[in-house]
Design a protein around this ligand. Structure first.
Ligand code: MD6
Ligand code: FE
Length: 217
C-alpha cells in the first residue's frame, strides 16, 4: 500500500534511455549522492589541478582535465596515454574516492555490466565555448569493460555517433546528474560534445564537469 506521503523521497533514478544496444542514459542517477561526489571533486582538483593539455598535433584543448585513480589519461606532443604519474606534479594521481567508485559501479550494474572495476577517472571541465570533437575511446587495454560517464553542472549536447567517423551523430542533451554507460557493441562508437553554452549552475558555477570512469589496465 502506498499513501503518496513519501513520493518525493523516491530515489531520483527513474528514467533510463537506451540509445542502442550497449549504451544507456540513466537520468539523474548521480543526484542521489551528489553532495559527496561534488565535495570529493574539490579535493581532487586541489591536489591535481585542472589543466589544458596539448594534443599530439600541438593544440591546447579547450576542455581542462585532471584525473584520479591508479591511472590518468594524458596527452602531450608525444601522444595519448594512461600514466600512473601526474606529469605536472611528478606524483601519483589522487586516489579515487569511494563516492566516485561506488557511483560508477552502481551505474554499470544498472546498465547491465557486472563487475566493473574502474582504475581511472578522467575529470573534464568545460567552460563556455569548450567542446570535444568526435573521437573514439581506444587507449584502454581491454574493451570488454564499459565506460561510465557522469555529467555535472551546466548542460551540454552530447554527440552520439556510429562506429565510423562519418556516421551521422545523434544529439543527446545531458543535464546535471545524468549518467551514460556504454560498452559491448557500443564501446567504440564515435562521440563528442558541442560547445557548452554560457550559464551558471549552483553546484559547479560557470562550468560543466564530466567524470569518465574506465578500466585502463
Ligand atoms: C564528456 N565524454 O562527456 C566527454 N567518452 O565530457 C567522453 O568523451 C566520453 O562521456 C567515453 C565515454 C563516455 C564519455
Ligand atoms: Fe570519450
Amino acid at each position: 500500500m502506498t499513501f503518496g506521503l513519501f513520493e518525493d523521497m523516491a530515489p531520483c533514478r527513474a528514467q533510463r534511455e537506451e540509445l542502442c544496444p550497449g549504451a544507456v542514459v540513466l537520468r539523474s542517477f548521480a543526484r542521489v549522492n551528489e553532495d559527496a561526489v561534488c565535495e570529493a571533486l574539490w579535493f581532487i582538483t586541489a591536489e591535481a589541478p585542472l589543466r589544458h593539455m596539448i594534443t599530439p598535433g600541438g593544440f591546447r584543448m579547450s576542455v581542462a582535465m585532471t584525473n584520479c585513480g591508479s591511472y590518468g589519461w594524458v596527452t602531450d606532443r608525444t601522444g595519448y596515454r594512461y600514466d600512473q604519474i601526474d606529469p605536472e606534479s611528478g606524483k601519483p594521481w589522487p586516489r579515487m574516492p569511494s563516492a566516485f567508485f561506488n557511483l560508477a559501479q552502481d551505474a554499470a550494474v544498472s546498465a547491465g555490466f557486472k563487475d566493473f572495476e574502474p582504475d581511472a577517472c578522467l575529470v573534464n571541465r568545460y567552460e563556455a565555448g569548450a567542446r570535444l570533437s568526435l573521437h573514439q575511446d581506444k587507449d584502454e587495454r581491454d574493451f570488454s569493460a564499459p565506460i561510465v560517464s557522469v555529467s555535472l553542472g551546466l548542460p551540454a549536447i552530447f554527440l552520439w555517433g556510429g562506429l565510423r567517423r562519418e556516421d551521422k551523430a545523434m544529439r543527446i542533451p545531458l543535464m546535471h546528474g545524468d549518467v551514460m554507460v556504454w560498452g559491448g557493441p557500443a564501446r567504440l562508437r564515435y562521440h563528442g560534445v558541442l560547445p557548452v553554452k554560457e550559464g551558471y549552475h549552483p553546484r559547479t558555477g560557470p562550468y560543466r564537469i564530466n567524470l569518465t570512469f574506465r578500466k585502463a589496465r
